[in-house]
Write a protein that binds this ligand. Structure first.
Ligand code: PLP
Length: 377
């Protein structure tokens, strides 16, 4: 049986989510903007889902806008903010997802002063440098993710938000990887904007959300039929949104149980990895997601190890799924100060609700087996 250990890239659709979506693919097919009964049935379904997804973060339904996924949510937050305000200073952490980094970088051409927030070797914000950066002048916008997709490292969002607010700015917290693994409400209390994506929590691909506090002004990226209070035109992905709602509801109900199960697998893997000489676990020492282990084994390139594991039916990732295949090492590890050769060695295993201790044993067995074949480092 193949083993899937790449749940930070995407998760399997939960059968309970599929069951909830099915009627909206084959049954009530109205356009939610139509006023007749078909339209009203679709509208009711997306409004019920709005409450479910907002509740995952302890947010109000009125604070949530649907998107096509977190890439759009991050672009909407940054570019939508930029379009509604005069250019100023925009800060983002060195370990952000490309959907934040590249959206932020694109704003240089419209006059924004874009700066990177440095992180330490364990992946957490480098506080003395960040505080000096904040003290050097007003900030309009900052983006710091709750938890990193590669290392699982969790940032102190309360402290980041306090600094950004004191400098006059608002904070986007990308919570895509934290959702379903951490309680989000304590993070939403402090952030002003938050991105979420359904397919990381056993929901469908191609649907996401942006949470926006009422004091934050955004301009729409997509103009059209006035959907989402004029913030995001386009007929809603009704079945996808219904699926996101149920996935969020399940994530909330099963958070503690999933945490216990994934944490045990992570500890089992890390204990096994530590018996391999010279192994490095990235972000060790920092608080990390219960399901994520990014590591490197001396003498192995991440990409080669990934292929060798794939031949044994074990799916892991080298760096982020979006960056793999580019031939570039992980910007996250470079940002944490690792050299290119070390960053090239990185492999990530990310657990989900379907994984078992026996699967971790198989991964460890495979890694130990490769040890014998390994060229001298
Ligand atoms: C932290 C983070 N932000 C944003 C995204 C993009 O999400 P989506 O696939 O919904 O566009 C991802 C997906 O890998 C992610 O891990």
């Amino acid at each position: 049986m193949p083993i899937y250990l790449d749940n930070n890239a995407t998760t399997a659709l939960d059968p309970r989510v599929l069951e909830a979506m099915q009627p909206y693919l084959i049954g009530p097919y109205g356009n939610p903007s139509s006023v007749h009964r078909y339209g009203r049935a679709a509208r009711d379904a997306i409004e019920a889902a709005r409450v479910q997804v907002a509740s995952l973060a302890g947010a109000q339904a009125s604070e949530l806008s649907w998107t096509s996924g977190a890439t759009e949510s991050n672009n909407f937050a940054l570019k939508g903010f930029a379009a509604a305000h005069k250019p100023g200073r925009l800060l983002y952490a060195a370990t952000e997802h490309p959907a934040v980094m590249e959206a932020a970088e694109s704003l240089r051409s419209s006059g924004w002063l874009v700066e990177v927030i440095a992180v330490c070797e364990d992946g957490r914000i480098d506080w003395p440098r960040f505080e000096a950066q904040l003290a050097s002048g007003p900030v309009q916008l900052a983006a710091v993710m709750v938890a990193n997709n590669e290392t699982g490292v969790i940032q102190d969002i309360a402290r980041v938000a306090a600094g950004v607010h004191a400098a006059g700015g608002v904070l986007l917290a990308d919570a895509v990887q934290a959702a379903g693994k951490l309680e989000l409400a304590p993070y939403w209390t402090h952030a002003d904007l938050m991105s979420l994506s359904a397919h990381k929590i056993y929901g469908p691909k191609g649907v996401g959300a942006l949470l926006v506090k009422s004091h934050v002004e955004l301009a729409p990226l997509l103009h059209g039929g006035g959907q989402e209070r004029g913030l995001r035109g386009g007929t809603e992905n009704v079945a996808g949104i219904v699926g996101f709602g149920v996935a969020a509801e399940l994530a909330r109900a099963e958070l503690a149980q999933r945490d216990t199960q994934m944490r045990a697998l992570r500890e089992q893997l890390e204990a096994g990895l530590r018996t391999i000489e010279g192994v490095r676990i990235f972000g060790e020492g920092a608080p990390r997601l219960p399901n994520t282990v990014q590591f490197a084994i001396p003498g192995w390139e991440g990409e080669a190890l990934l292929m060798a594991l794939d031949r044994q039916g074990i799916a892991v990732s080298s760096g982020s799924a979006c960056a793999s295949g580019t031939g570039e090492p992980s910007h996250v590890l470079l940002g944490m100060g690792y050299s290119r050769p070390i960053a090239f060695g990185a492999i990530r295993a990310s657990f989900g609700r379907g994984n078992s201790a026996a699967e971790v044993e198989r991964l460890l067995g495979a890694l130990h087996g490769f040890g014998a074949e390994r060229p001298a480092a």
